[in-house]
Design a binder for this molecule. Structure first.
Ligand code: FDA
Length: 392
């Protein structure tokens, strides 16, 4: 029987950060993961270059049933703290869009920094370890695993959410939470592409592969970012962002020309009265989109001078209320995150310890804290991992 101070279940972003932090405090730390490799999501994130933080990260970029829960940790471990860490290791990184930091070369560079920190801190890592049984006692926890039995004073659950099961994601953290009497809030795939009803998908199939600036709104929240038509539906930053707020079954407002007003549509008609309106519009919008619009507005082929104000109004409405007919999402297979999770009202926002079971901690995405797209979710993993690592 091996006895250690801390066992961390999950060698992902939050687990590695927590383990190294505790290790540096002189704790004997063991990290267990059923996967054959640590940090698989780090490696696949940001198109292989990991958008590892967002310099603007603030509580407003996170969703949780308890909006106050994330404030303390985000304050105690800031994006700059993480940047200082990677700077000490000489990581090359770039700011792609304002605030969003990515590895310049590969996410492997970032994972290697975390594993180096883990090693320097003295924490041990055991991969390919299945946890079969957990026994909770007043002052210790015992884990029966495929690699032996272990006891620890502090158990950290850093098993993440349900997205990308092929990368090792499981609902194990939620099961542990339920085992000790926690409430787990309903989970849902998020930051995920939206699928389209079959008939509408067939109509929009010619747009597949086309990206355009859009303004997408749902439940009072809007994102003005690019959208991408795919062969399954729609994706791209605007769509991924809105899935944190939109639910299947609800309407989704899509303005496919947020930078074009009814006045612009009217003015181009006046500027070029002799040309077909279609050809004039093609200078402003992707040709494939104009073709699609023409299928439903045959008058587009007429000369600009002949187009009425009413037709311009109609066109403006069509573009600014573009009918996507969403019918669901691609689900956990491609989602970046999981909404919902362990109810944060039963977790200390200072130490991350469970209020139901002494010595048990929950960090990272397994908790009901979900960030926007743009490096916020990793910042939550670092911040919650670091803060718990100070107390385990
Ligand atoms: P994480 O998922 O990182 O780690 C959980 C660990 O627990 C895994 O190693 C897993 O194998 C292990 N585990 C699970 N069940 C277990 C069990 N039963 N027994 C033992 N071990 C178990 N975020 C961001 O900020 N910027 C970005 O660029 C991206 N990009 C991105 C792309 C894609 C494709 C995905 C899927 C996700 C992102 N994310 C992201 C989100 C980000 O990856 C995610 O929020 C963090 O990895 C969460 O960190 P955690 O440590 O909580 O879980």
């Amino acid at each position: 029987m091996d006895k250690v101070d801390v066992i961390v279940i999950g060698a992902g972003a939050s687990g590695l950060m927590c383990a190294a932090t505790a290790g540096y405090r002189g704790k004997r730390v063991l990290v267990l993961d059923h996967a054959n490799k640590a940090g698989k999501k780090i490696l696949m994130s940001g198109g292989g270059r990991c958008n590892f933080t967002n310099m603007d990260a603030a509580p407003k970029h996170f969703l949780s049933d308890n909006a106050y829960f994330c404030i303390s940790a985000l304050k105690r471990y800031s994006p700059q703290d993480f940047v200082d860490l990677v700077d000490r290791h000489g990581l090359d990184y770039i700011e792609k869009t304002p605030g969003q930091l990515f590895c310049e070369h590969s996410a492997k560079d970032l994972l290697s920094i975390l594993l180096t920190e883990l090693e320097w801190s003295g924490a041990q890592l055991k991969l390919s370890t299945d946890i079969k049984h957990i026994e909770f006692h007043d002052d210790y926890t015992q884990l029966t695993t495929s690699q032996g039995t272990f006891q620890c004073t502090s158990l950290v659950v850093a098993t993440g959410g349900l997205s990308i099961p092929t990368m090792g994601a499981t609902g194990f953290g939620y099961e542990i939470a339920k085992q000790i009497g926690h409430d787990v809030l309903a989970t849902r795939a998020s930051l995920v592409p939206i699928t389209i009803q079959p008939e509408r998908k067939a109509q929009l199939s010619t747009l597949s592969g086309m990206a355009c600036d859009t303004e997408v709104s749902s439940n009072g929240v809007s994102f003005k970012e690019p959208m991408l038509f795919t062969h399954r539906g729609v994706s791209g930053p605007a769509i991924l962002q809105i899935t944190n707020f939109w639910q299947p079954g609800e309407a989704l407002a899509v303005n496919i020309t947020p930078n074009l007003t009814v006045n612009d549509l009217s003015k181009i008609r006046q500027d070029t009265p002799k040309k077909s309106y279609e050809s004039v519009l093609s200078n402003l919008l992707p040709k494939r989109l104009v073709e699609l619009v023409k299928e439903e507005h045959s008058w587009l082929s007429e000369r600009s001078a002949q187009i009425s104000n009413e037709q311009i109004e109609q066109l403006n409405h069509y573009l600014s209320h573009f009918d996507i007919k969403p019918n669901g999402t691609e689900g956990y297979r491609t989602a970046e995150v999981t909404l919902g999770g362990v109810n944060t009202n039963e977790i200390s926002s200072k130490t991350f310890e469970s209020q139901k079971q002494k010595g048990v901690y929950f960090i990272g995405e397994v908790l009901d804290v979900t960030g926007w797209l743009g490096g916020y979710n990793f910042q939550w993993a670092w911040a919650s991992g670091y803060c718990a690592g100070q107390y385990v």
